[in-house]
Design a binder for this molecule. Structure first.
Ligand code: G6P
Length: 608
């Protein structure tokens, strides 16, 4: 949510900043802007709209200095407009600031600054930071930024440059991610690793309330009292091509095609001699005796992975599981204690609602296990235990491959708990482990049959409303299928439990309404067939997704059936979600939507 970058060195600054921002546009695309120190002047160019608009505006203008900051915005305070775009300038125009996060006490600070003659030109919370840094500036930018952040409440990742400090710029963070990239004769800041990976693989991960002072050949980091902190270098091992489209039309399509590989990466190293081994997570049989309840807390797609997790953990490990959206969990004074395990799921590891839920859980004494994709992210650093999903960088705003790997991780957790608790028979254990290992092969097949999904999408992209219904694990899956569709195609969609539809929502089914039914649970097949008949009797058109072996039976009820390979019912969600992701994708493409950057959304949501 908002991307920031900063650079000091000898390269052509504006070009470099734009290049970095291009990799951060998934964090917001309401406006873009840069500030560059060039020829003794601080020059700012910014405008509403995507990065392409900024590039157009810059055309011909040379902003090649020695340092600069850049921003791509997801609007919170103030509508998307030129004036609300970052960077924001201080009163004198000597200080420029880019910000990601929300300054919660900005009204109070604004009042304070107004009384001292500062004038505000934008509706943003960020502008107070620019003025406040100027207010505190007595010739030392680090000191001025430190004094400023000590007065800020809320979340922030900040990049600050000052005309009077041509050799150095300053960055700071709290609750919003920020990294420092260490180059040779040049240094960087960025909200995320892919932005600077082309230039360096060595980074510092800034902790809350740390302040970094960047010169071209030196980086110093201080705590909020101005004491220098010794930082460890984090070396990024993955390749820059992992964050590129590699010939695919969209990142989303590329990322779906990566699902077989990333599942292998997530599952295979953790199966040893047929047993699940969860990295360094040491939840012993003894520890398990003390765990009487599990909470799974997450947002969006990750939360839907949690709903699948509830079914799987309860079924295999026989421990009660409650799933909660993080933004609700945090504020309802949840009944958690030291006998609970809290599983936090997050692709980015930076979603602020999820991060705060983690902190709330730890405060109340629960043990926190995080399922995270981004190594070194805030959630990964703060959890007691971490199980990484090895999905690689996910750039498309709508999550796909990360979801499949989150499911795989949750299945492995369930198996581990069940084995230690003795609640699973060896046959089911072995079958589930084998099933997990087989998911990449099954997904290869699903992806190679994608044309059938594309054809169906081409017939239904004009739908006004699409329903997803399922029972048991298929209900959990329906939630994700429905979210994917509405996120990127803007078609109204709802997910309902197959048996619940008739208690109200069936009133919305009329002639031609499309109903999509994942049907992968053998023991619920008969019940779902009845539910299909109910909607068909009201004129619905039904698409079912089921294992090859059920095709004949399901074809008798549904209009169209998309087959998936014959995977076990328990494992099926990991495979059956992909036809739904593909459906959403092809519908959105057919409608001409911007698949990778859907309207109003952003990835890595660092505001509450
Ligand atoms: C945003 C994204 C969703 C994502 C959710 C949770 O809302 O648009 O696609 O599922 O955040 O993100 P996380 O990084 O915590 O998994």
């Amino acid at each position: 949510m908002c991307g920031i970058v900063g650079y000091i060195g000898k390269k052509r600054t504006s070009k470099l900043l734009l290049n970095c921002l291009r990799k951060l546009e998934y964090r917001g695309y309401d406006s873009a802007g840069i500030a560059v120190f060039a020829g003794g002047e601080l020059k700012v160019v910014k405008c509403k709209g995507r990065l392409a608009s900024l590039e157009e505006k810059l055309c011909g203008e040379s902003l090649d200095g020695t340092m600069g900051i850049g921003h791509t915005r997801w609007a919170t305070h103030g509508e998307p407009s030129d004036v609300n775009s970052h960077p924001h300038l201080s009163r004198s125009g000597n200080i420029a600031v880019v910000h990601n996060g929300i300054i919660e006490n900005y009204m109070k600070l604004k009042e304070f600054l107004l009384q001292r003659g500062y004038e505000f030109v934008s509706d943003t919370d960020t502008e107070v930071v620019a003025h406040l840094v100027e207010y505190h500036y007595k010739g030392d930018l680090v000191q001025a930024v430190t004094a400023t952040i000590n007065e800020l409440e809320g979340s922030y990742a900040l990049g600050v440059i000052c005309k009077n400090n041509p050799e150095e710029f300053v960055a700071a963070r709290k609750d919003s991610p920020l990294i420092v990239g260490l180059g040779e004769g040049e240094n960087f800041i960025a909200s995320d690793i892919p932005a600077i990976l082309e230039y360096t693989r060595d980074i510092y991960i800034l902790e809350d309330k740390e302040v970094a002072a960047l010169r071209k050949d030196q980086v110093k980091v201080f705590d909020s009292h101005g004491i220098e902190v010794k930082k460890n270098i984090f070396h990024v091992s993955w390749d820059v091509t992992a964050a590129e489209k590699s010939g695919y039309e969209h990142f989303m399509l590329k990322e779906m095609h990566e699902e077989p590989k990333v599942l292998k990466d997530t599952i295979n190293p953790r199966i040893k001699d047929g047993l699940v081994e969860l990295d360094n997570i040491k939840i012993s049989t003894e520890d398990l005796k003390n765990i009487d309840k599990i909470f799974i807390v997450a947002c969006g797609t990750a939360c839907h992975a949690g709903v699948v997790g509830k079914y799987i953990i309860e079924r295999l490990a026989r421990i009660p599981v409650e799933v909660d959206v993080a933004s609700e969990f945090r504020y309802r004074d949840p009944l958690i204690n030291d006998r609970n395990l809290v599983i936090i799921i997050s692709q980015s590891g930076e979603t602020i609602d999820t991060l705060f839920a983690l902190r709330e859980s730890k405060k109340k004494g629960a043990r926190v296990l995080a399922v995270v994709n981004v190594v070194g992210s805030s959630i990964a650093r703060e959890a007691d235990d971490v199980l990484y999903t090895w999905a690689g960088p996910e750039i498309a705003v709508a999550s796909t491959k990360a979801y499949n790997t989150q499911l795989a991780a949750i299945y492995m957790i369930a198996l581990d708990l069940a084995y230690k608790k003795g609640s699973i028979d060896i046959e089911t254990y072995k079958k589930t482990v084998e099933g997990l290992k087989d998911t990449p092969r099954a997904l290869e097949k699903v992806l190679s049959d994608k044309d059938a999904v594309q054809k169906f999408a081409a017939q239904h992209y004009n739908a006004k409303s699409i329903f997803f219904i399922g029972r048991g694990l298929d209900y959990a899956l329906s939630m994700e299928g429905s979210l994917k569709l509405k996120e990127i195609s803007y078609i109204h969609s709802e997910a309902y439990a197959g048996g619940e539809l008739k208690h109200g929502t069936i009133a919305l089914i009329e002639k031609g309404t499309l109903v999509i039914c994942p049907m992968t649970q053998d023991y619920l097949m008969e019940k779902m067939l009845s539910n299909i008949k109910e909607v068909k009797a009201r004129g619905a058109v039904v698409l079912a997704i089921t294992q090859q072996k059920n095709i004949e039976e399901v074809e008798k009820a549904a209009d169209v059936v998309i087959p998936i390979p014959d995977v076990d019912s328990l494992i099926a969600p990991i495979v059956a979600v992909t036809p739904m992701q593909l459906f959403a994708y092809y519908v959105a493409v057919q409608k001409g939507c911007d698949v990778d950057k859907p309207r109003n959304l952003a990835k890595s949501v660092t505001v509450e």
